[in-house]
Design a protein around this ligand. Structure first.
Ligand SMILES: [Zn+2]
Ligand SMILES: [Zn+2]
Length: 340
């Protein structure tokens, strides 16, 4: 029997272990992907630490997967072996529940999350339902494309659905794994792009990524700076501290929106700040497979690139710690070299 290597978490709060398993056959409506690269996303902590309700172990994390279709299951008509594909956070939907029937596929009642509900891309092969599969343009390398399937998709899709129009003042709060992509997308979508981060040292990078204005939240007051410019139509919050997020909300213009994509622990909001300016705070789910294709095509056309540090698959534990340390510039990606 042919086998593959995968990096699994044996139980909640367990350490990564690389194990051999039989290469699975793709079931009805699914494809098998030979994995080339897989990004390590902060959300993989949910698997590592057992924070996802009902998660079953052992589990192979990974939802920024790129590779090649290697086999297709029964009933698969639009995908063939040899196609370059990827899989992101959305692990497919049923198409039959009420939420799907209303077109809210992201809220599918039996919706799955890649690398959480089923095994993901920290391994040599994985199985994915066709509703989760993404075409990858020839021009994008597997490593370049991988982080765009979660971090890129989430920032691009949030911004393009934010209601902001070209020319509007849009602030990206935080220049990290999400924010460094958010600044690039905001600038290329035609927004008057503001980057807000801690420290003067991040300014050159923020400007290089496309920010027209940089606000150092250590030496400047972001609210006062944004209000001098009339207030932001949208602030996309990528930071992980809820208090830092809420502090910038008064920098929104009337009817402005705080768009939350950073998974902070809590978000304290003053009702008078919302009421007085008719401001709102809303979250944004990453997106579906077709949104990922839009993200990849836009990134390829406009030159948006994720800055990545790559690690061979065998060093998964070290790579994960690098991501957790917050010191990676900016995404960490595993590459599958010694696959057989
Ligand atoms: Zn993710
Ligand atoms: Zn459904």
């Amino acid at each position: 029997m042919k086998t593959m290597r995968v990096a699994q978490i044996p139980a909640a709060k367990g350490r990564f272990e690389i194990v051999e398993r039989p290469i699975p056959e793709p079931p009805l409506g699914s494809v098998r992907i030979k994995v080339t690269a897989c990004g390590i996303c902060h959300s993989d902590v949910l698997v590592k630490e057992g924070l996802w309700p009902g998660i079953q172990y052992p589990r192979v994390p990974g939802h920024e997967v790129t590779g090649t279709i290697d086999a297709v299951g029964a009933g698969v008509t639009r995908w063939q072996p040899g196609q370059r594909v990827g899989v992101g956070w959305n692990g497919g939907y049923c198409g039959q529940c009420d939420n799907c029937r209303r077109g809210n596929f992201f809220a599918c009642e039996t919706g799955q999350v890649t690398g959480v509900s089923f095994d993901g891309g920290y391994g040599e092969y994985m199985i994915a339902p066709v509703s989760a599969v993404v075409r990858i343009p020839d021009e994008l390398s597997p490593v370049d494309a991988a982080p765009l399937l979660c971090a890129g998709l989430t920032t691009f899709n949030a911004l393009r659905n934010s209601g902001a129009r070209p020319g509007d003042l849009v602030a990206v709060h935080g220049i990290g794994g999400l924010g460094h992509l958010g600044v690039q997308y905001a600038a290329r979508l035609g927004f008057n792009t503001v980057a807000i981060a801690r420290g003067k040292d991040k300014e050159p990078l923020a400007r290089q990524l496309g920010a027209a204005i940089y606000i150092d939240s250590q030496s400047q007051d972001p609210v006062a700076e944004l209000q001098k410019m009339g207030g932001a139509s949208v602030i996309i919050a990528t930071v992980t501290a809820g208090t830092a997020m809420s502090a910038v909300v008064p920098g929104l213009a009337p009817n402005g929106t705080l768009l939350v994509i950073g998974a902070a622990d809590s978000l304290p909001l003053l009702p008078v700040v919302l009421i007085g300016g008719q401001r709102s705070a809303k979250g944004w789910y990453s997106g579906m497979s077709i949104d990922s294709e839009d993200t990849l095509a836009f990134s390829n056309r406009t030159g948006v690139k994720s800055m990545n540090e790559t690690f061979p698959f065998e060093r998964v534990g070290e790579a994960f710690e690098r991501m957790i340390s917050g010191k990676a510039r900016f995404r960490v990606v595993l590459t599958m070299g010694g696959s057989k």
